[in-house]
Design a protein around this ligand. Structure first.
Ligand code: ADP
Length: 466
């Protein structure tokens, strides 16, 4: 691509270069033609010295010359100015021979037109002077009668100079075309390299052209696009990874109860001579495992329901203080049965929020049942509610074993458990907190684990008040 553009530039510049030369020649020709056209009407050509000369210079009529801004002088053989009318550029009555020679020699370079005529009989010079209008002193003058060698030498010099002139012009055109092409090809190259890397899967690629023109706009668009692709790809990778992990976790978690059920059923079927006590024991194991598998499937179903685009809450304007008080009331027997202490700090005022009552109860129950399941007897469970601005904060704390720091960050992800053995004695699926967080999010709020607690753990639900 680089070559194509720079060659195109070079061709363009060559064409412009040739046109410039042609144009220059044409301009000279036009100038010469036009000055020929107006030559007859110029005063200097209407009143040449030959037209007004008289044998007796005193008889010369200089009035027309003077009227047209010119002057007439006559210089005799002693170089005296014996007649002068109108414009006088000699400025003296008498000249030395050298002065007169110098005057004749310099007359071409002065801003005047001199028509000088020598009258042999009268032995005087008649000088008719007009101020020059505009004159371009450029002309090709030659005479065929010149010595052949001289003409040849002069011709060679002119040809050499023209060649050098044209070469320099061509070199400038070439350099200019390359520099101009480079200003396009270099950024294009960088952008092409970036695009190639992007195509090859390097989404971290960014282009820095250090330019402020249209290419900079293209660069910004490219970089934005690359950043967006990088972000999308990392999201996709993450969700792919999450899905893979979820499937692995589900199959792991289902495998144990299912194979246990299968094992005990086979045992019961093959051994007809087992005692009633053994049979009841096996059946209880089968029942517990099927309950465990069922709970896991129910929770998975709930989690996927909360994720589904069709999912919506049945929101009702509710006095949240009243609702939490009710849930706490229902929790009391469980807490007492487990030998837990409790403290509820719910304001007497009415604070309203839009709640799906079933789901919201499930959220609180998940947190409370975790506190009961994972902590020892005598643990203090506290539920408090506060309104700050238009946000309602519900904190559910315990002073139990707490959640290890390394898990705190991931605790809301499915299947994350402090006790990660699949045969967990607590029987937890690791889905409770994920479900609880999704319910809080669906209410326009959030569920977080407050950091920095020295003993136990505090979960905070934030819900917008109305
Ligand atoms: P599970 O169904 O296993 O209870 P959750 O998502 O509800 O799943 O909880 C995830 C993990 O967080 C639990 O396995 C437990 O290790 C830990 N956890 C949750 N709540 C508490 C708590 N109040 N005290 C100590 N550990 C807790």
């Amino acid at each position: 691509m680089k070559k194509k553009i720079s060659n195109q530039f070079f061709r363009n510049f060559l064409v412009i270069f040739l046109l410039t030369i042609l144009d220059t020649i044409l301009a000279f020709m036009l100038l010469s033609f036009a000055s020929g056209l107006i030559a007859g009407s110029l005063a200097k050509n209407r009143y040449p010295a030959s037209a007004i000369v008289k044998e007796d210079y005193n008889q010369i009529d200089a009035s027309a010359v003077v009227e047209n801004g010119g002057g007439v002088q006559v210089i005799d053989k002693e170089c005296r100015v014996v007649y002068s009318k109108g414009l006088d550029t000699i400025g003296k009555d008498k000249l030395t021979v050298e002065e007169f020679t110098a005057f004749l020699k310099d007359s071409k370079s002065k801003p005047y037109h001199y028509d000088i005529l020598y009258h042999p009989e009268g032995r005087f010079w008649l000088i008719v002077t007009f101020p020059t209008s505009i004159r371009l002193d450029f002309a090709l003058v030659y005479n065929k009668a010149a010595a052949a060698g001289d003409l040849m030498r002069a011709g060679w010099v002119i040809a050499f100079v023209v060649l050098i002139y044209l070469s320099i012009l061509a070199l400038f055109a070439f350099i200019y075309s390359r520099i101009t092409a480079a200003s396009i090809t270099i950024p294009l190259h960088k952008l092409c390299d970036g695009t190639r890397l992007l195509r090859e899967g390097d989404y971290s690629v960014r282009v820095d052209l250090r330019l402020k023109n249209e290419f900079a706009e293209l660069q910004n668009t490219f970089n934005d696009m690359a950043a967006r692709i990088e972000h999308e790809i990392s999201l996709r990778k993450k969700s792919e990874e999450d899905r893979r992990r979820l499937i692995l976790d589900i199959s792991h978690d289902l495998k144990n109860p299912m194979s246990s059920i299968q094992g005990y059923v086979e045992l019961l079927m093959k051994n007809s001579d087992i005692t009633k006590q053994e049979r009841d024991q096996y059946l209880e194991i089968i029942l517990n495992n099927s309950k465990r598998a069922n709970r896991l499937l129910m929770e998975l179903f709930e989690l996927s329901q909360l994720d589904s685009p069709e999912f919506s809450l049945k929101l009702e304007r509710t006095d949240i203080c009243e609702h939490i008080r009710q849930i706490c009331g229902e929790l009391v027997p469980q807490l007492e049965k487990a030998g837990f202490e409790y403290d509820f700090n719910i304001p007497e005022d009415s604070i309203f929020a839009l709640l799906d009552l079933d789901r919201f109860s499930r959220l609180i129950e998940n947190l409370a049942s975790n506190a009961i399941r994972y902590n020892p007897k005598g643990t203090l469970v506290t539920v408090s509610l506060a309104l700050k601005g238009n946000q309602i904060f519900i904190d559910l704390s315990d002073d139990g074993i707490g959640i290890p720091d390394h898990l705190a960050e991931h605790i809301f992800k499915p299947f994350v458990r402090a006790d990660d053995s699949r045969n967990s004695k607590t029987g937890g699926s690791g889905l409770g907190l994920s479900i609880a967080k999704k319910i809080a999010n669906a209410h326009g709020g959030d569920l977080t684990l407050l950091p920095g607690k020295s003993k136990g753990s505090t979960f905070r639900i934030t819900i917008p008040a109305i």
